[in-house]
Design a protein around this ligand. Structure first.
Ligand SMILES: [Zn+2]
Length: 138
C-alpha cells in the first residue's frame, strides 16, 4: 500500500477515537481538554490545573463584581481596561492582580455578561494575547 493510501485510511477509514469536548476552567476561564488521568471522574473535573483548583476565590469574585460595576457606570458599548478593575480592588499592588482581572473577564464572557475586545473586535477569551478591553454584551 502506498503511503498516500495508508494516510487516507488513517484519516478516514479508522473510527474516530471519541474524546469528550473541551471544557472551560472555572478559575482561569481557558478551555482545557480531556486527559486520560481524568477518565474516571471527567464529569466532576472543573479546573484545568492544580494552580486553578479551588476556584477564583474572594479576590476573583471581587474582580468580577468590580468589572460589572465599572461597566454599569459607562454607556453601552464603551470599554474598560482590566487594569481599572485591578486598581479598584488593590490600589497599590494592582499589577499583581492583572492576570486575575483577565481571568475574571474570561469567566464573565463564559457567563454571557461581557465581551473581550482587541482593536474593537471581539476576541476568543481562550486564545487572546496582549492587551484587551472589556465591554458589556449588547
Ligand atoms: Zn484554569
Amino acid at each position: 500500500m502506498s503511503s498516500r493510501a495508508h494516510e487516507f485510511l488513517l484519516l478516514h477509514a479508522l473510527p474516530m477515537t471519541s474524546t469528550p469536548p473541551d471544557r472551560i476552567c472555572a478559575t482561569c476561564g481557558r478551555p482545557f481538554s480531556w486527559r486520560k488521568k481524568w477518565a474516571r471522574d471527567w464529569g466532576n473535573v472543573r479546573y484545568c490545573s492544580k494552580a486553578c483548583r479551588g476556584g477564583p476565590g474572594a479576590r476573583g469574585e471581587a474582580l468580577e463584581r468590580v468589572i460589572l460595576g465599572l461597566l454599569g457606570k459607562r454607556s453601552t458599548g464603551s470599554t474598560i481596561c482590566p487594569s481599572e478593575a485591578a486598581r479598584a480592588v488593590e490600589p497599590e499592588e494592582w499589577r499583581d492582580l492583572m492576570e486575575d482581572a483577565r481571568r475574571a473577564a474570561r469567566r464573565l464572557v463564559h457567563a454571557g455578561k461581557v465581551e473581550i475586545t482587541q482593536k474593537g473586535r471581539v476576541v476568543d477569551p481562550g486564545t487572546f494575547r496582549g492587551p484587551i478591553r472589556i465591554r458589556r454584551v449588547r
